[in-house]
Unconditional design. Structure first.
Length: 113
């Protein structure tokens, strides 16, 4: 998806940053249920409430990653198939560079150059 950076304010208003953790391939809340505000450093405006992960969530993520590596398809995948998936991921990143740039700009408070 290509977007028009001619109106970055409109694009910024339309971009919704992820607010939940991804553990075991699923979007989840923090085990504690806690969240915190992430702010645009340039304006102080709240961008979103995001999950506040702690050691319990890190342990869940590490366990899920280990299980996925040991039991999932990636650990058994031949290099050519891994390459194909990584190239597909790179294509998706390239297709969404404008949105990713806006998210990074909002988080860092710096202009896009």
């Amino acid at each position: 998806m290509t977007t028009d950076l001619a109106d970055p304010a409109a694009l910024a208003a339309s971009v919704r940053p992820p607010t939940r953790a991804v553990i075991g391939g699923r979007s989840v809340d923090a085990a504690s249920g806690k969240t915190f505000a992430t702010l645009d450093p340039a304006t102080g405006r709240e961008l979103a409430q995001v999950v506040e992960c702690d050691a319990v969530d890190v342990d869940r993520a590490v366990t899920a990653a280990r299980t996925a590596f040991e039991e999932g398809p990636w650990g058994r995948m031949v290099p050519a198939d891994r390459k194909r998936l990584l190239l597909r991921f790179a294509s998706l990143v390239e297709a969404h560079t404008d949105e990713l740039a806006i998210i990074e700009t909002l988080e860092a408070g710096k202009p896009i150059s």
